[in-house]
Design a protein around this ligand. Structure first.
Ligand code: PMP
Length: 333
């Protein structure tokens, strides 16, 4: 690393690919993880947060001393707040209270104006996304219009940001030697942006969705039916609806991954490779192993290492919680 950055924002993106040695050896493929946990805000969502703010600035929708309002499972809120701090904007974050204490504490510690709301389905008017939209509308009038609702789920600046950065980076880093890309979807920004970038370069590259239980997207890809089965302790991924970002994702096929399989992969990555990663990464890596087996030995597959395990300590390393959920317990606990 010999670059000098002039500010926090310049450090977003250009993350390395890290070879996942265990999953690669097991499948005879090369499986790389894009190390998004190395973004300065600690997750893949720094990219979406920055793309959305940049787009709003370009359109003149936000100016000096403006306010950004957003509903988030946490990571987008962290990215947005840090970017707002560096640009002298104010951030107002609405989050379901079911998200981990670690993400809530992080948001508080960086000065976000945090509103925790009870978790409600999307169709409920008090769902956190709808709550954040109403809040933004109310503030718009008070603040002379210098307010944006980031709207990460349906604001397509999100997936276009991944198209322009994450997807191009993966193509360059693999020198075009890539056979498959797989990740989970929350807003759909990552899979749609990376999927579009890679398919444009080579339409033979397989784009797969790795979906947690409790999400309707797997059944949507398989049978065009938004049907939910099971549940999951993962955060930030899965959806009950098709967002304006997800609709652009050129997905070939999908896997449904359960928490037990995902957590086993996460614990192996810690124990054998020193990689301490968050819950959505477990779904991604378990999916990448399935895709490697499906495509056969010798292939190159890329997935996303979304954030670090430290955002989920109270779940991933909590013996009582894991026991109660009948999930595997790491042998060092
Ligand atoms: N993993 C984590 C940890 C996340 O916070 C998110 C976003 N909510 C995702 C994955 C999904 O990314 P996207 O919104 O681009 O689909």
């Amino acid at each position: 690393m010999n670059e000098i950055y002039n500010n926090f924002i310049d450090a977003i993106g250009n993350t390395p690919l890290i070879k996942l040695n265990g999953p690669s050896e097991k499948t005879g493929c090369i499986i790389y993880g894009k190390a998004e946990f190395l973004n300065p805000g600690g997750s893949i969502k720094d990219r979406a947060a920055y793309a959305i703010i940049q787009d709003a600035e370009k359109r003149g929708e936000i100016r000096e001393n403006g306010t950004v309002v957003e509903g988030t499972a946490g990571n987008t809120g962290i990215g947005l707040t840090l970017i707002c701090n560096s640009k002298n904007y104010k951030s107002i974050i609405v989050m379901p209270e079911t998200q981990t204490k670690e993400k809530i504490d992080t948001l508080k510690s960086i000065g976000a104006d945090l509103h925790l709301v009870p978790a409600k389905p999307y169709k409920d008017p008090n769902n956190y996304v709808k709550f954040s939209e109403r809040l933004a509308k109310a503030l718009y009038k008070e603040n002379n219009g210098n307010v944006i609702w980031a709207n990460q789920f349906d604001n397509t600046a999100n997936y276009l940001g991944h198209y322009k950065t994450t997807g191009q980076e993966i193509w360059k880093q693999t020198k075009g030697k890539i056979d498959g890309f797989i990740c989970s979807s929350g807003t759909g920004g990552t899979i749609a942006g990376v999927g579009k970038a890679l398919k444009e370069k080579n339409s033979n590259i397989k784009i797969f969705l790795s979906d947690p239980k409790g999400s309707a997207l797997y059944n949507y890809i398989k049978n065009k039916e938004l049907k939910i089965e099971g549940n999951s302790i993962t955060e930030g991924i899965g959806s009950s609806r098709i967002t304006a970002n997800f609709i652009n994702a050129p997905i070939d096929d999908a896997y449904s991954i359960n928490d037990e399989v995902a957590l086993k992969e996460l614990y192996k990555l810690i124990e054998n490779e020193g990689l301490c990663l968050g819950t959505s990464t477990g779904i991604n890596v378990a999916g990448a192993i399935k895709l490697a087996k499906e495509l056969g030995p010798g292939k190159t597959i890329v997935t996303i290492l979304c954030d670090k395990s430290e955002r989920y300590h109270s779940k991933l390393f909590n013996k009582e919680f894991l026991k109660q959920k009948k999930l595997p317990i790491p042998n060092w606990l």
